[in-house]
Every structure is written in structure tokens, then in C-alpha cells.
Design a protein around this ligand. Structure first.
Ligand SMILES: NC(=O)C1=CN([C@@H]2O[C@H](COP(=O)(O)OP(=O)(O)OC[C@H]3O[C@@H](n4cnc5c(N)ncnc54)[C@H](O)[C@@H]3O)[C@@H](O)[C@H]2O)C=CC1
Ligand SMILES: O=C(CO)COP(=O)(O)O
Length: 320
């Protein structure tokens, strides 16, 4: 069964490489015709220049042709999902559409599963998420992810199609919980990076991770997710990775904010937009998410790191 990966950045390239290495029929689509021509010529991914593209991997900038594949994986930044879906003219009814992006849309506050359902009724939205750096997947290192879909049969079919010897997919029937875990852990990772960058210490980071996880659960439960989902790879698993590894771009943005350094704005950092989206959503629903709200203010340079610390530490004392 053919697979197309839409988005030829670090994660899309890594997934395509892993799948083709395990014998799948894969096309990697990218919007930049020049970059795609270069990838075809050099057999190197633009975003993973040290990784050689397997000969069997097809690389294309023809979106209509790519979308004729049986299963589509979308690996572009979350804020670009609505516009990408709008460009797809190929009928997608009955087709699995796997979102690998981690974020909530700034305009609608929705996660990828709802965005896909609204834009492509009849397609089957799935969420692929969990602790995984693109470079690890491309290198064939062991990785375990969550694949979530409301339709159990589709989830089983796609699980088999996308699992490889080193990429192990666990099924979930809770796409809302899975996508919220992946989106929110990025916000907490920025907060943790800022904490370490500002020299506030590992103890403070552990507190932020734990109280941040409480915020993730509070919001997810209010939005209809199952609490068990957040305890798995898509929530706790990815939180642990992203809040502690300097490989994470969200964590690195936080480090820069904490140190007062400039951060390259061209780097994909999903947690910044999601911090704003989630803060607006939580305010609208009357849900208290102080770490997310403080992180949003910090990333928008509305408050200093000292203000951020004072805001969180001066809250009324409460039960855990
Ligand atoms: N890099 C990683 O280790 C992981 C990334 N992800 C998620 O994957 C998603 C993509 O991240 P990366 O690949 O790392 O980012 P990236 O910055 O390496 O690549 C993003 C790609 O999307 C393309 N793109 C941007 N806007 C587009 C549009 N409107 N239409 C079509 N293509 C567009 C860019 O040209 C680029 O090729 C994010 O949501 C991220 O959270 C998930 C797990 C791991
Ligand atoms: O989602 C990721 C790891 O699971 C990648 O994290 P960053 O986007 O912060 O690099």
C-alpha cells in the first residue's frame, strides 16, 4: 500500500526514510520545487543533510500526484495545516490522513484531528505523536509512538502499515488526548528551557514538568480526552523527552529566553503559537493554566523571566 508524506522537513524526511527502508512504497512531497529537485539530485534531505535518502524513496513536488497514495502523512508545522489541506484537490474520502504535526491552530484553537475532519469530511483523521526526534528515526534508532484514531479498524490497518522493525506504534482510540499531549508538552518544554537558561535549577524544572503535566491533564479532560492517554507516550513520554533534551527546539527556545539570547525565528518551534492558542482557549473555557499562560507571555516578550518566576511563585497556596 502506497504512502505519501507531505512535508519534506526534518520529520517528514525522517518518517519517509524509515518507512522506505522497511520496504514501503513511499513518496516524500515538498512544496519547494528547487529544494525537491536538489534532494532528488543529491539524495540528501535538506533538513537532515547527514542522512542519505534510500534509492527507493520517491521525492516529488507534485501535490496532486502524491495525494493519490493510499495513506497520507502530514508532517508540516501545525499552523500550516489548514492551508495545506485547502490546496489538496484530490478526493480524500475513505483515506487515512495521519497528522504528525504537534500544535493547536491559532485561529480556531483546534488540534489536527478536528481541522482535518472539518476540511476533508469523509477522510479518516489519525494522530501520530510521541517522543521522537527526527534524527533518531532517520538513524533507525528504536522509537515508540502513539497512533490514535476514532475508528478502530482504520487504526489497526495504519498501525501495521507504519510500524517498522525500529518504529513501534501503539494504538489509541483517543485522538483528542493524543494531539493535546503532543501540542501541550511543547509549551511546557519552553518553560523548562527558560528555567534552566535562567539558572533556576533542576529542582525548579522538575516542579514545572509536574505542574505542567497537571495543566495538560486538566485541559485535556475538559476537552473530552481520556486521562490514560496523557499518561502514555503522547503525553508523559514526550514531555519527559522534550523538557530535558537540548535537541528539542522548543526547549532550546526556552533556554535562549532564559539566558536573554536571540533565537533564530526561522526554526520551527510549535510551542510558541500553541502557548497563545491554549491560553486563549483556556481563558474562554474558564480553565486555570498558569504555566501555559506565563509561557505565552514570555515568548511574546510581554514579561521578563523574573516576572514569570514571580507570577508562578506568588499564586495562592493550594492542595496538590
Ligand atoms: N523534528 C522533529 O524531531 C519532530 C517534529 N515533529 C513535528 O513535525 C512537524 C514538522 O516539523 P519539522 O519537520 O521538524 O519542521 P521543519 O522546519 O524541519 O520542516 C517543516 C517543513 O514544512 C514545510 N512547510 C512549511 N509550511 C508549509 C506549507 N504551508 N505547505 C507545505 N509545506 C510547508 C517546510 O518547507 C519544511 O519543509 C511539527 O509539527 C513538529 O512538531 C514531530 C516529532 C518530531
Ligand atoms: O516533538 C519532538 C520530540 O518528540 C520534537 O521536539 P522539538 O519540536 O521541540 O524539536
Amino acid at each position: 500500500m502506497s504512502i505519501a508524506v507531505l512535508g519534506a522537513g526534518a520529520f517528514g524526511s525522517a518518517l519517509a526514510i524509515a518507512l522506505v527502508r522497511d520496504g514501503r512504497d513511499v513518496t516524500l512531497w515538498g512544496r519547494d520545487t528547487g529544494a525537491i529537485a536538489q534532494m532528488r539530485e543529491n539524495r540528501r534531505a535538506v533538513s537532515l543533510p547527514d542522512v542519505i535518502l534510500p534509492d527507493a524513496l520517491k521525492v516529488s513536488s507534485d501535490l496532486d500526484a502524491a495525494c493519490t497514495a493510499k495513506t497520507l502523512i502530514i508532517a508540516t508545522p501545525a499552523q500550516t495545516l489548514p492551508s495545506l489541506l485547502g490546496q489538496i484537490r484530490t478526493p480524500l474520502a475513505g483515506k487515512p490522513l495521519v497528522a504528525a504535526c504537534k500544535g493547536l491552530d491559532l485561529g480556531t484553537w483546534q488540534g489536527p484531528s478536528r481541522t482535518i475532519a472539518d476540511a476533508k469530511p469523509g477522510a479518516f483523521p489519525l494522530i501520530l505523536t510521541g517522543p521522537s526526534f527526527a534524527i533518531d528515526i532517520a538513524a533507525g534508532l528504536p522509537t515508540a509512538l502513539t497512533l490514535a484514531c476514532a475508528d478502530a479498524d482504520i487504526c489497526i490497518t495504519v498501525q501495521k502499515q507504519l510500524s517498522t522493525r525500529t518504529l513501534r506504534l501503539y494504538r489509541s482510540s483517543d485522538p483528542v488526548g493524543a494531539e493535546l499531549g503532543g501540542a501541550l508538552k511543547n509549551v511546557i518544554a519552553i518553560a523548562c528551557g527558560a528555567c534552566i537558561g535562567a539558572g533556576l535549577g533542576d529542582s525548579a524544572r522538575a516542579a514545572l514538568m509536574t505542574r505542567g503535566f497537571a495543566e495538560m491533564q486538566r485541559l485535556a479532560l475538559a476537552l473530552g480526552a481520556q486521562s490514560d492517554t496523557l499518561m502514555g507516550l503522547s503525553g508523559l513520554g514526550d514531555l519527559a523527552l522534550t523538557c530535558t533534551s537540548p535537541q528539542s527546539r522548543n526547549y532550546r527556545l526556552g533556554l535562549a529566553l532564559g539566558r536573554g539570547d536571540v533565537f533564530d525565528p526561522s526554526i520551527t518551534v510549535e510551542g510558541a503559537a500553541t502557548a497563545r492558542a491554549v491560553t486563549a482557549l483556556a481563558q474562554d473555557r474558564g480553565i486555570d493554566l498558569p504555566i501555559c499562560a506565563t509561557t505565552a507571555a514570555l515568548t511574546e516578550h510581554r514579561i521578563s523571566i523574573t516576572d514569570a518566576m514571580d507570577t508562578l511563585l506568588s499564586r495562592p497556596l493550594k492542595e496538590e
